[in-house]
Design a protein. Structure first.
Length: 331
């Protein structure tokens, strides 16, 4: 389904309001409205079913919004942050809601549902990698004096975690995180792990109040402004290892998504209900959403595919087909 169609709900169904059949859209002027897949009606006022879904899935200040071009984005009222990748906590809440509200399914339907949920979780993992990379890019692009400045060679960056080390005017150390722009006095776990990987032969890195790094050796009590060679090598090796892990992870996630999507296509290709829905889509596309009723389209499609009404009803009852819910779940 093309993203400019009324029933487009985002590449992973992010703009679908659960299983209600409602999808969130934005007018060319940016005003939000809701469109129902089953009835092909659109309304400006948020439907009750959509509101129930929103209240169950919006978490930690995050809300989902449609852009006029049909793509979803997320906004955090608390931080003022806007992102194009679904926040992990909202993805988890959305998939948990879909799992809790899943109707009774045939064995094949259950297999299909599980694969689709797993595909969305993998897309979420890929999004996390992109978010992680974006935070590191903020550290890489920071200039001296910026909140994410980590020294001339990123010596004060805690690996690829997005955390950087700083010192207050009084010399007290604190940690700042790129992206959410959060600062802490207590060392984050990720930073402690990185420090254990890179502190060598008694050397450790410290921030000065003016933002420049210096190194201190607890064994010799020596302090220097030039990074010791053993620490530089440990830092560079650690960062390269993390980059390799991220690259491998992204490749494995992508391969798994492709594999699962192929399996979903194979299942759908053997499912009469899928072909019935495709026939309905084709009919609506030819005559227009506003000039054919859903039930009429289904009747025509049914007559074309099945010899008798009994054949169709038997298949529908056995498969427990819910047409517009199925459409929502396929995006």
């Amino acid at each position: 389904m093309h993203k400019y169609d009324e029933n487009w709900s985002g590449s992973n169904g992010e703009l679908a309001c659960g299983r209600s059949g409602w999808i969130i859209h934005a007018s060319p002027e940016g005003k939000m409205y809701w469109h129902h897949v089953g009835t092909e009606t659109s309304v400006w006022e948020e439907p009750k079913a959509a509101r129930i879904y929103k209240e169950a899935t919006e978490i930690n200040g995050w809300t989902i919004h449609p852009s006029p071009d049909g793509e979803p984005y997320w906004y955090n009222e608390g931080s003022g942050e806007s992102v194009w990748d679904e926040p992990p906590e909202m993805l988890s809440a959305r998939l948990e809601y879909l799992e809790k509200t899943a109707p009774p399914l045939t064995p094949q339907g259950q297999i299909l549902f599980v694969k689709r949920v797993e595909i969305q979780r993998l897309h979420g993992d890929m999004a996390e990698l992109r978010i992680h990379a974006a935070k590191n890019q903020e550290v890489d692009d920071a200039e001296e004096g910026d909140a994410n400045w980590a020294g001339p060679n990123k010596e004060l960056a805690c690996g690829r975690s997005g955390w950087t080390i700083h010192a207050s005017p009084e010399g007290k150390m604190f940690w700042h995180h790129a992206g959410d722009e959060n600062s802490l006095w207590e060392e984050p776990e990720e930073c402690a792990e990185y420090r254990n990987e890179t502190e060598v032969d008694g050397w450790s890195v410290h921030p000065s109040p003016d933002g420049l790094p210096y190194w201190h050796n607890e064994r010799t009590l020596e302090s220097v402004w030039v990074e010791p060679e053993v620490m530089r090598e440990a830092r560079e090796n650690c960062n390269e290892n993390f980059k390799s892990i991220e690259t491998i992870a992204a490749e494995e996630i992508f391969e798994k998504i492709v594999e699962l999507e192929q399996e979903v296509r194979q299942i759908l290709a053997s499912d009469p209900a899928y072909h019935l829905i495709q026939a309905r889509k084709s009919l609506v596309g030819k005559v227009g959403n506003q000039t054919i009723h859903r039930d009429d389209a289904l009747q025509i499609a049914r007559d074309r595919i099945f010899d008798t009404k009994t054949d169709f009803e038997t298949m529908a009852n056995e498969g427990r087909i819910t047409f517009f819910v199925f459409l929502c779940s396929t995006g």
